[in-house]
Design a protein around this ligand. Structure first.
Ligand code: SF4
Length: 65
């Protein structure tokens, strides 16, 4: 996650995407892209923040933690 950023700004599009799953660990949260199962070009764990994504599908508000 980019330094100096927090919340949705640090996550980018994944924070509002139906394909994202927030995986909480002891010290941080990993963002899993479930769409990567069907679209191999997508990384399973995108580099954050995601500013552009062809597969972005808005509709879910995730708690960015
Ligand atoms: S499809 Fe794009 S915006 Fe949606 S979770 Fe995957 S990487 Fe993030």
């Amino acid at each position: 996650m980019a330094r100096g950023m927090s919340g949705e700004a640090a996550v980018g599009l994944c924070a509002r995407c139906v394909h994202a799953r927030a995986v909480r660990a002891a010290r941080s949260t990993f963002w899993l892209c479930t769409r990567s199962r069907e679209v191999p070009a997508l990384p399973k764990y995108p580099r954050l923040p995601v500013a552009h994504c062809r597969e972005f599908s808005p509709g879910k508000i995730h708690d960015p933690g």
